[in-house]
Design a protein around this ligand. Sequence first.
Ligand code: G16
Length: 542
Amino acid sequence: MTVTVATTPYDDQKPGTSGLRKKVPHFQQPNYVENFVQSIFDSLEGFAGQTLVLGGDGRFYNREVVQIVLRMAAANGFGRVLVGQGGILSTPAASNVIRRYGAFGGIILSASHNPGGPHEDFGIKYNIGNGGPAPEKVTDAIFARSMTIDRYLTIEAADVDIDTIGETALGGMTVQVIDSVADYAALMETLFDFDAIRTLIGSGFRVLFDAMSAVTGPYAAEIIGRRLGAGEAAVLHATPLPDFGGHHPDPNLVHAKDLYDRLMAPDAPDFGAASDGDGDRNLIIGKGIFITPSDSLAMLAANAHLAPGYAKGLKGIARSMPTSGAADRVADALGIPLYETPTGWKFFGTLLDAGLATICGEESAGTGSDHVREKDGLWAVLLWLNILAARRESVAEIATAHWARYGRNYYARHDYEGVDSAAADALMAELRAGLGSLPGSTVAGLAVVSADDFAYTDPVDGSTATKQGVRIGFEGGSRIVFRLSGTGTSGATLRVYIERYEPPTGDLAQETPIGLAPLIAAAEAVAGIARHTGRTEPDVVT
Ligand code: G16
């Protein structure tokens, strides 16, 4: 029986870069989850009798929210919900399920790479029928509705068994519990040459994948461990835990340091990789060499034709603005367009749907293609393995040859986390106010040639996004970008992206911090990071 429950709005349910992310106790406030979910449903039209996909990264509170959403979906008139077994679906797997079964949309429960647990982070995100994150016009509508909401709909019913594959009736709706891995693994088999990768691994090539006690464990165990024959020991931290074992499931050099150390050791495996909480990010480390996400995008794009799914070539490449220009050079060489979008995978959706881009990537450890509408951690790992199997060269050899041909974009991102929001806003405001006078000036000895605040017009639907990051260009093609993260849950996170291009004839083997030192000094000089935030060092460098 449908029940209408009176509620009052919360004023902080504005989705960020990727859905609504808050601390668990924040989500546990009375009606907080219900308000947001009802605001999603109230912003959509035409879903009566349709299918919704539901799953999450298994973090603390996942199972409880699955039950809340199931009851509300039934009350709101969905015909069927496809839910991953145990409430588990990686973000790319959820995107695939939405597309494969022609679902109306999906709700993904995740705070991505943020830590999990009773006092850590949780998140709710809505994806549309193309399988991708809701575009801003939808998230704006959800937020607007959340500000006026006065009731939500649910049904009185016991919890559904979400651990057993099969169908259950819930009110007038069917709940179908599906295998979390099967459809995704089948999709990967259509894109990559599993035989060639199996042969590579069979010949003694050693792979180590760190699932970081997060959602990719079961996916990697099935695909890398079983189907590709690397064995159980090739997948570290393979069991998803509600608190990710107390770690940040963030595949970067800080939080995946153990993996990094193992790949730098004398007896290192040939290839190391990791993925994040919800399985959409990736970290790629070859024996003795870390590949930055921006370089990984460029190298994957340059070699993608070696995988069966991309043998016909790429239609275009898209990258977020702060991502380095390494992929631009590959697009140039391939004679295909390069699209520069704001940060947020949602901005790639229209380009992928319109067939303008095949491969997309972001500096924030995300790469993916038109096979789904999310970035995809395991996909990137498998494409790398396919390329390694086809070229029979090491990661280091592939990277060195790439730089020798295209030049190298030295790149680092400095994150200042948990900064006082007012201080971070003041820093950005001051930067914006000074943009007009920067070109032609010199900062810490470097000549500024351009300065602006990135604005974007989507070439497909004409939608616009402004204030997407302050970028300062220097003579010789170096660049610093400043923006505030849209995914944090406490205070503000200032991101400073630093890039310097070295042509093929230049020094391609510098240590990155040394290569970037003059720009790091310029970032401080132009933005007054220490003056505004009190911080003299970033918390995380990636
Ligand atoms: C999300 C978005 C990405 C974005 C990243 C960082 O990733 O999907 O497109 O690059 O956040 O965003 P920000 O710099 O605003 O924190 P994820 O993996 O957290 O879902």
